[in-house]
Design a protein around this ligand. Structure first.
Ligand SMILES: *[C@@H]1O[C@H](CO)[C@@H](O)[C@H](O)[C@H]1NC(C)=O
Ligand SMILES: *[C@@H]1O[C@H](CO)[C@@H](O)[C@H](O)[C@H]1NC(C)=O
Length: 390
């Protein structure tokens, strides 16, 4: 307890008063959740052995994010709907804003700075994605364009205008071929675009039942998931050779409720090896589905209470670490908190809750070694949270 107090004191000395209050709040909050009993899971012998090597860490300790590392406020007063750490990078992250720009930020060397601002969109930026090698970012905007950016100098390499002149709402890279990007628009259309030509791929289009709000590929890039504002999730089989999409399954989660986020994961822990999908669906719950076949049939596995009725909230699976017991998901919430849930704990699934935002938390992202978590909100604030060191 003394050690914790000291580390807190050292941190707060360098902070502004407002930040100090938020930090204390976060710290107090953490104390509440730490008192909960550890998980009831019995780890496998492999997990046990590797955990012994790493030092015994309970799940709650693994997710003890509390201290604020930094706050970025360059987009303040415009919502930041998406943010994402770069691939395999501890210190580089980007976010997009309804103010029409994106920023690339770096946390090292200290102090953290905005490295480049990507300017060019003529409307709110709705989504973006890093390429695997982090050299390119693609972004979508309500201005009806997809833009491709050089992340080193912030130059816009290409602009692809939506042929239907509709708002573009989401985008993602095909994980096995970063020349291909999938884009969803407000006229219900999903489209595969070849970013080295700027042309749409033949056979790579499909209609959903509503505005296309969320996309996610499974890790091998074989199944594409898409969610719309009428409450439907569709699965598509992706043909790697041609970029063609074949519609496979449809699930109505809740008629008329927007599917604001989809995250696919091949397996979530040593104990749960099923392919899974994490969904935010504006029904005051975070949903975890099991993918039961190769076509993308879904079966509800768990749900977790959060506040979610209208905002475009997102959630993620925690990165996999070999010694971890259990498995965790993190989500934004309309009550301005970030929630961590252990998906394998039957009671008291909540393992941490971070307070510090002053509006609905829209997106969350881990850096590659999980030492930092970033979260963004509807007021334009981005908070970088630091994991507690034992
Ligand atoms: C894109 O395609 C070109 C030519 O087909 C290839 O050389 C390049 O590696 C591809 N880029 C990515 C990111 O897959
Ligand atoms: C994308 O365009 C490049 C350049 O023309 C081409 O080499 C590549 O085959 C295209 N990829 C697909 C999947 O159409």
């Amino acid at each position: 307890c003394f050690a914790v107090w000291w580390s807190l004191k050292l941190v707060t000395l360098r902070r502004t008063p407002v930040l100090r209050v938020l930090e204390l709040q976060a710290q107090m909050n953490r104390a509440v959740y730490e008192e909960r009993p550890p998980g009831s899971l019995v780890p496998t012998s492999v997990a046990e052995a590797s955990r012994a090597m790493a030092g015994d860490t309970t799940l709650s300790e693994n997710y003890a994010f509390a201290g604020m590392h930094h706050i970025f406020d360059q987009h303040v007063d415009s919502a930041v709907p998406r943010l994402q750490f770069a691939n395999d990078d501890k210190h580089l992250l980007a976010c997009c804003s309804l103010d029409g720009t994106l920023s690339i930020m770096t946390l090292s060397p200290s102090p953290p700075t905005v490295k480049v601002t990507l300017k060019g969109h003529a409307g709110p930026v709705t989504d973006f994605a890093w390429s695997l090698s982090n050299d390119i970012i693609v972004s979508t905007s309500q201005d009806g364009t997809l833009r491709i950016w050089n992340t080193e100098d912030g130059r816009c390499i290409r602009e692809v205008v939506d042929p239907e002149a509709s708002e573009l709402l989401c985008c993602t890279f095909q994980p096995m071929n970063n020349n291909l990007t999938v884009v969803g628009n407000s006229k219900h259309l999903l489209q595969v675009v070849n970013i080295s030509t700027g042309k749409k791929v033949k056979g790579g289009s499909s209609k959903l039942t509503g505005r296309v709000l969320s996309l996610s590929f499974d890790a091998p890039g074989r199944i594409l998931w898409a969610g719309d504002d009428r409450g439907s999730i569709f699965s598509f089989l992706f043909d790697m050779a041609t970029g063609k999409l074949t519609k496979a399954k449809r699930l109505v989660v809740s008629e008329g409720s927007s599917i604001s986020s989809i995250s696919a994961r091949s397996w979530i822990s040593r104990e749960a090896r099923d392919p899974s999908l994490l969904i935010n669906a504006c029904i005051n719950k975070l949903l975890l589905y099991r993918v039961v076949d190769n076509e993308g049939t879904l079966q509800l596995k768990r749900s977790f209470p959060i506040q979610h009725s209208s905002q475009p909230l997102h959630s993620i699976f925690c990165p996999l670490m070999s010694f971890r017991q259990g498995a965790c998901v993190v989500t934004g919430s309309e009550d301005a908190c970030v929630y961590f849930f252990d998906v394998e704990r039957n009671t008291k699934a909540i393992v941490n809750k971070l307070q510090g935002h002053s509006g609905p938390v829209l997106d969350v992202s881990f850096n590659c070694d999980e030492s930092l978590l970033a979260s963004s909100d509807a007021t334009g604030m981005v908070i970088i949270w630091r994991r507690e060191q034992k």
